[in-house]
Design a protein around this ligand. Structure first.
Ligand code: FE2
Ligand code: FE2
Length: 348
């Protein structure tokens, strides 16, 4: 149904296009002469683009979160593509399918779910296995975990992003647990549960936002509440083990200034924090390279400043002209695109 995607706009520079997009932000601003204009952010499942509407008399009714029909010229402003909107109106319900507007994982969600369950089945600690089963066998939690993004706008900010992040981390943490001889099931439990509070911290529709609970409590506090309720229903769950699981969640942001109420004090918590940070940053790299390409820039060039990492980036393979390299298993697992802008540790 949707014919024009944001990832296609680079092909239409200096041309007028018409298409449907989700509007994730609308700001009403004034020019120096006092005339009103709109600063808009348009998105679909392939990316996002900034848009400006300088002459607002042709604007119909529309609000942030709507899918809108837009006519405008694809321009370039400070090296980025931007849409100069001539006409805009809210789309009618029959004119769009939501799946075209919300970014989602490129991986198969059933396959990710099966991988997650295989890891849990491999546990030797019966209490930790029972704890994770209590989450995964709860139909409401399972449905949310199969859909939830991992963040509002940073790494893995797409439908299925949290599950994808967890499965990526499980493979990485399994190797690290073996390498350092730490408590594997405890570390893997931390991987699965560290961001479980995001199921209630975030709301996902045409855009991703914080819930009131997310704003007021945050995912660490929410997660601890969820874990305590599940553990209370498991007879004989050892109190010391409960404390360690909670410590993993409480300390996973690693530093007080990143929202962690505690610093990681056990080997599994230290590993969880760094592995989580690496997985988020590696996804940021992939997303920035994808964004660079969407903006119509050459793949072998240095990207613009990446705020979350406080540096520009360079993609090795295209820079060295290594196109046509055989794809690795890890590439397939994580070949994705989306944005990640801000310190990935802060709100991860
Ligand atoms: Fe994470
Ligand atoms: Fe987190």
């Amino acid at each position: 149904m949707k014919e024009l995607f944001i990832s296609d706009l680079a092909n239409y520079e200096n041309q007028v296009v018409t298409g449907f997009f989700a509007m994730s932000a609308r700001y009403d601003r004034s020019k120096r002469d006092g005339a009103r204009y709109f600063a808009l952010t348009l998105t679909d499942r392939t990316g996002q683009i900034e848009a400006r509407m300088w002459e607002t008399s042709e604007a119909g009714e529309f609000a942030s979160g709507d899918v809108v029909k837009v006519r405008g010229e694809v321009c370039r402003y400070k090296e980025f593509l931007q849409l100069n909107v001539e006409k805009i109106r809210r789309a009618n319900p029959g004119e769009f399918e939501l799946g075209d507007y919300v970014p989602r994982t490129e991986r198969d969600i059933d396959q990710l779910w099966a991988e997650l369950n295989r890891y849990v089945e491999s546990f030797t600690d019966s209490y930790l296995k029972a704890l994770l089963r209590a989450f995964l066998d709860d139909p409401e939690t399972a449905a949310a975990l199969r859909e939830a993004p991992a963040a509002k706008s940073m790494h893995h900010a797409w439908i299925g992003g949290l599950l994808e992040h967890i499965v990526s981390l499980l493979g990485f943490a399994d190797l690290a647990a073996n390498h350092y001889g730490v408590h594997r099931d405890l570390l893997l439990t931390g991987v699965v549960l560290h961001d479980i509070g995001k199921l209630q911290e975030l709301h996902w529709g045409t855009s991703f936002n914080y819930t009131v609970e997310g704003h007021l409590l945050g995912h660490i506090t929410i997660g601890i509440g969820l874990i305590e309720r599940k553990i209370a229903a498991i007879p004989g769950f050892p109190p010391g083990l409960r404390m360690l699981v909670e410590h993993l969640v409480l300390s996973h942001h690693g530093k007080y200034e990143f929202g962690s109420p505690k610093l990681p004090m056990i080997p599994e918590a230290l590993l969880l924090h760094y592995l989580d940070d690496i997985d988020a940053k590696m996804q940021t790299l992939r997303s920035e390279f994808a964004r660079h390409a969407t903006a119509g820039r050459a793949a072998g060039e240095v990207t613009d400043w990446v705020r979350s990492l406080e540096r520009p980036l360079l993609n090795t393979a295209p820079f060295l002209g290594m196109d046509g390299e055989p794809e690795t298993d890890q590439d397939q697992k994580t070949e994705l695109s989306e944005e990640a802008s801000n310190d990935v540790s802060v709100e991860d």
